[in-house]
Write a protein that binds this ligand. Structure first.
Ligand SMILES: Nc1ncnc2c1ncn2[C@@H]1O[C@H](COP(=O)(O)OP(=O)(O)O)[C@@H](O)[C@H]1O
Ligand SMILES: [Mg+2]
Length: 428
């Protein structure tokens, strides 16, 4: 476009996000200036707070969608961010954000080309715009116009583990969905896994005590990316405080899915151990992983535990409260057939590593403390707690290796420290 630099050329988060969202070279993009001749403007975004420090792409064009993008899910945000968003959201309702001096990113496509071929938001409009998915539609697109979908996008520093995500609203400001974009090997893997998990979880909806989970609305491959769209979280969902005690009843419901407790079975000969062994064989840096799994089997092989499902990333920041119930999102790492207690171990481990920047060894102490404190409720005596701790650490290292192998690079907080700790614990 005239008079501006294409943000896709930038090396920062804005460059990364705009490359992911507007990857087709036929899409013309500019932070200032006019569309080139022969192009039609399809969308405009305010870049907040500035191009150099971009944190948020705020969709313009519908004051109610703009306001909703600022106000929705504010209860999940830190207080400072919430205050700024609330003030801007109130202003946006009156349309002033369209006129305030935020830089504006303009997105244009060659006139006559189908925007749904070039722009994800337009593709999602075709899929999700009114009439809602799943209702009877009149035949023929011309007879069935879709109300536009407006997409708000957070901007973070580029990271091979991060996925651009879109909050989707219609022109009235109603939340319509939440899209995650897997753009490299590692994130495509995660987005696809989450979609599969959510599809499966729809069969669990209504199980007593099971946390709610957003339903999967649609999954698509788009310009080489894996995109999963879930239904929006309830508008008034509140964050679970970072220090809240773990919800054991909910953890058990996740593990059991409404079935009676599975009879404990020994680690040796379990499908779980067999999977770890296979994954260790194929793992990046697997020369240390294979003996670690063997040592795990030697140490705990005869200990019998209950196996069940897990959420896989059970931490307060993936949980919310709504209408007296618990809501859990971010099911990218969920799976079946793990020792019951893994989610409790993960909760303690991640709170230590992420919230308190604890080194791995200190985080493991927290895991042991959490299992000692709450393990009774999960049927975990001292031997079982030992198994859960060691097996969880091996599982976490294998996850780290899987992401590294898929192009995300090594998580330096966890590698090689996790393997060092595992080897130390299982020595002898
Ligand atoms: N269905 C949804 N509707 C609205 N917001 C969501 C939805 N799912 C997640 N979010 C918000 O986006 C954030 C990131 O999503 P999450 O699934 O946790 O992905 P990540 O793997 O990036 O942590 C969440 O912490 C939550 O605030
Ligand atoms: Mg998350």
């Amino acid at each position: 476009m005239t008079g501006s630099v294409d943000p896709r050329a930038r090396g920062d988060g804005l460059g990364w996000v705009t490359r992911a969202l507007f990857g087709d070279p036929r899409v013309a993009l500019a932070v200032r200036g006019h569309p080139p001749a022969g192009h039609t403007v399809m969308a405009r975004y305010a870049v907040l707070p500035s191009v150099a420090r971009a944190r948020f792409l705020l969709p313009l064009g519908s004051p109610r969608a703009t306001a909703a993008a600022l106000l929705a899910y504010n209860a999940l945000r830190p207080a400072k961010v919430r205050a700024v968003r609330a003030a801007l959201g109130a202003a946006a309702r009156t349309g002033v954000v369209d006129r305030v001096p935020f830089p504006v990113l303009t997105v244009a496509v060659p006139t006559g080309l189908d925007a749904a071929e070039l722009l994800l938001a337009d593709r999602l409009t075709a899929l999700l715009g009114d009439p809602p998915l799943g209702t009877a539609r009149p035949a023929g697109p011309a007879r069935c116009p879709r109300s536009a979908i407006y997409a708000a996008c957070g901007v973070r520093p580029p990271d091979p583990n991060h996925k651009p995500t879109l909050q989707l609203f219609d022109g009235t400001g109603r939340p319509r969905g939440y899209a995650k974009i897997g753009w490299n090997g590692a994130t495509r893997l995660l987005v696809t896994a989450e979609a599969a998990a959510l599809r499966e979880l729809s069969g669990v909806a209504g199980v007593a005590g099971h946390p709610g989970a957003p339903r999967l609305l649609t999954e698509l491959t788009w310009a080489g990316q894996a995109v999963a769209v879930t239904e929006p979280l309830p508008a008034r969902v509140r964050a679970v405080p970072a220090g809240a005690p773990p919800d054991l009843a909910a953890l058990l419901a996740v593990a059991r899915r409404g079935r009676p407790p599975a009879a404990p079975r020994p680690l040796a000969g379990s499908p779980f151990l067999a999977r770890l062994a296979v994954q260790a064989q194929g793992a990046a840096g697997g020369s240390r992983a294979v003996p670690a799994v063997a040592a795990l089997a030697r140490r705990h092989g005869d200990v019998a535990v209950e196996f069940g499902h897990w959420h896989g990333d059970w931490v307060p920041w993936n949980l919310g409260r709504h209408g007296g119930g618990l809501v859990a999102w971010d099911w990218e790492h969920s799976g079946a057939d793990v020792p019951v207690g893994f989610d409790l171990a993960h909760d303690a481990f991640q709170r230590a590593v992420v919230l308190r920047a604890a080194p791995v060894a200190a985080a493991v102490v927290e895991v042991e403390a959490a299992l000692a404190r709450h393990g009774d409720g999960l049927g975990l005596d001292a031997r079982r707690r030992g198994l859960v701790t060691d097996a969880y650490l091996v599982e976490m290292w294998l996850r780290t290796a899987r992401l590294a192998g898929a192009g995300a690079g090594w998580n330096r907080k966890l590698h090689p420290a996790l393997l060092d700790v595992v080897e130390e614990r299982l020595r002898g």
